[in-house]
Every structure is written in structure tokens, then in C-alpha cells.
Design a protein around this ligand. Structure first.
Ligand code: F6P
Length: 320
């Protein structure tokens, strides 16, 4: 236990559906424990500028069904600079805020660890649609983004089946293939391409041509972002295979929308757990859910964990 009286909460990096629910959990659990809870606006930018406001119990209830983040978010590359961070630390100390909960991805975690080393106790909560934080089985926002992508690809199937088409669908995920892999399996995509599967253009085109020659009316390829230019790829596929081929970038559509029930529950559990860690005197830690149990890691340790190959890659081999 410790004598902390005021804590802050911020969201940083790319927003993710469910962030509002995590903020609400931190606020309600904090107030229930007798703390004052401050919302810090626009991530580390608001921390440096001293842009925060005391939040009240129940204030976030109406945000439950909404995506985005009511505290807004920002990426602040300058936060790597110790002088910029020191400004934020000074502001927090002046306001009497001794601990903060940082909801975001790996970049936000790095900022949180650096702040912890400067005397502000930080706890990280994984909020990103990418599911690329290895210290947790699931990040907040992944399930919602996945369902959004699945709905989009299902819709593409309806129209492609009516004609004779190939769709090459690009999904987000930064350097992590989880969104593409899960969405590709969920929608029965013929080909799934991620960093983990590797990309061999000739093989992909040959496979699509084979499907065309077999008489398949439509083919769907799920491909993770940052692998190749899908507009160019679609042109080549069209010329080589005979399918009219559409490149579809799902883009930021995947980041919006009402959080799924799974994300709401995950965010609520993680928010409450983060406050418990602060009350227990922990700092420089991040929250995770592993094998359905809430757990916490040192942030540096979490950032250095190596992601194991997702066993689902074995599953896709048997499906196509
Ligand atoms: O980290 C979330 C994410 O949506 C990634 O999937 C994507 O690569 C990136 O953010 C896009 O960032 P921005 O919204 O800054 O363009």
C-alpha cells in the first residue's frame, strides 16, 4: 500500500475501440478507492502541456458504446527527449499527481517506462487494434477491429460472388499479422499473407490462376499492411489470371466503431487491475491477460518478449 492520493489516466498512440471503457474503469475504481482521478488529454502532449481535468464517477458512462477515446490521443515523438519529459514530470508533481495509467501500444509503453524512471509511477494497459503486445494474449480493440474487418470481407464476398472477382484486402496491424490471420480464417480467405507467412508474388499469382481455371467465381486474398503495394499487385493479378481484381485497403475503418462486448469486458478488467497495481505500490509495470488470467510484467521485459509463431498458421495450411 502507499499514500498516493491523485492519479492520472491518458490514452496514447493509435486509438482503439474500448479505450473509453478502460478510462471509465480506471476512474471508477480509483474513486472507489478514495483517489482523485485526472484525465490527461491528447496523451503525452497533454501531459507536457499540463492539459488535464479531474474526472467524476459515472461521467464516462455515456461513452460506453463509443469507439475512439474521450481523452483524445496523439503521437509525440519528441517525448523521447528527456527535457520534454521533464516538463511533463514537473507539471504532474506540481498538480500532486504521483501515478498515471497509460493506455496505448508499445510506443506508449516506452514513454511510460521512461516516466517511471523519472519518479512518476506508471502502469501500462495494452490498447491497440494490432494485438502486437507480447505480454498479453489480447489487446483492447483487437476483437472489435477484427469483427469490423470480418464484416467488410463478408460484404465483399456477397458482391464478388455475383460477378467473377478477386479481392485483395489489406488489413492494419503494423508489423503484426494477427488481424489479417484471424480475419482471413474467419472469412475463409483463399490466401493469407503476413510477415510471418512471407510473400512470394509468383506463387500467389499461380494459386489465384489455378482457382480461376478450376472455375471459382471469386477469390479473396487477405494481406497485412506494409508487405507490398496492393494496387500494383492487383493489376498484375488481373493481367495474369483473368479475374477482375480489386485492391481494397480497409484502413482506418478498422479503428472506429462501437467496442465489442469482449473488448468492453477486457478493458474494464484491465482498468480495475491497473488501479489495484497502483494501490499495491507497483510501478513501471504493464497489465496483460494470459490464459484468461490478469497478470503484470515489467514494461521493459514486456517490450523485449519475443512473439511465438501463432499456432493458427498451421490451421490455415489445412483450410486451403
Ligand atoms: O497501431 C494502430 C495502427 O492503426 C496500425 O495498425 C497502423 O499501422 C497505424 O496505427 C496507423 O497510424 P496512423 O493512424 O498514425 O496513420
Amino acid at each position: 500500500m502507499n499514500n498516493i492520493k491523485k492519479i492520472g489516466v491518458l490514452t496514447s498512440g493509435g486509438d482503439a475501440p474500448g479505450m473509453n471503457m478502460a478510462i471509465r474503469a480506471v476512474v471508477n475504481a480509483g474513486i472507489n478507492a478514495g483517489l482523485e482521478v485526472y484525465g490527461i488529454y491528447e496523451g503525452y502532449k497533454g501531459l507536457v502541456e499540463g492539459n488535464y481535468k479531474k474526472l467524476t464517477m459515472g461521467e464516462l458512462n455515456e461513452k460506453i458504446p463509443y469507439g475512439g477515446t474521450t481523452l483524445y490521443s496523439a503521437r509525440l515523438p519528441e517525448f523521447i527527449d528527456i527535457e520534454v519529459r521533464q516538463k511533463g514530470v514537473d507539471n504532474l508533481k506540481k498538480a500532486g499527481i504521483e501515478a498515471i495509467v497509460v493506455i496505448g501500444g508499445d510506443g506508449s509503453y516506452r514513454g511510460a517506462k521512461a516516466l517511471s524512471n523519472m519518479g512518476i509511477k506508471c502502469i501500462g494497459i495494452p490498447g491497440t487494434i494490432d494485438n502486437d503486445i507480447v505480454s498479453t494474449d489480447y489487446t483492447i480493440g483487437f476483437d472489435t477491429a477484427l469483427n469490423t474487418a470480418v464484416e467488410a470481407i463478408d460484404r465483399l464476398r456477397d458482391t464478388s460472388n455475383s460477378h467473377i472477382r478477386c479481392n485483395i484486402v489489406e488489413l492494419m496491424g503494423r508489423l503484426c499479422g494477427d488481424l489479417t490471420l484471424h480475419a482471413g480464417i474467419s472469412t475463409g480467405c483463399n490466401i493469407i499473407i503476413t510477415k510471418e507467412t512471407g510473400f512470394d508474388k509468383e506463387k500467389v499469382i499461380a494459386k489465384i490462376k489455378k482457382l480461376h481455371d478450376k472455375g471459382e467465381r471469386y477469390v479473396t486474398v487477405a494481406i497485412a499492411e506494409k508487405i507490398t503495394d496492393i494496387h500494383k499487385l492487383a493489376k498484375e493479378v488481373q493481367v495474369e489470371t483473368g479475374y477482375k481484381t480489386n485492391p481494397i485497403v480497409l484502413g482506418h475503418i478498422q479503428r472506429g466503431g462501437s467496442p465489442s462486448a469482449a473488448d468492453r469486458v477486457l478493458a474494464s478488467s484491465m482498468g480495475v487491475y491497473a488501479v489495484k497495481l497502483i494501490l499495491d505500490g507497483e510501478e513501471g509495470r504493464c497489465v496483460g491477460i494470459v490464459n484468461n488470467k490478469m497478470t503484470h510484467y515489467d514494461i521493459n521485459e514486456a517490450l523485449n518478449l519475443k512473439k511465438e509463431i501463432n499456432p493458427l498458421y498451421k490451421v490455415i495450411k489445412e483450410l486451403n
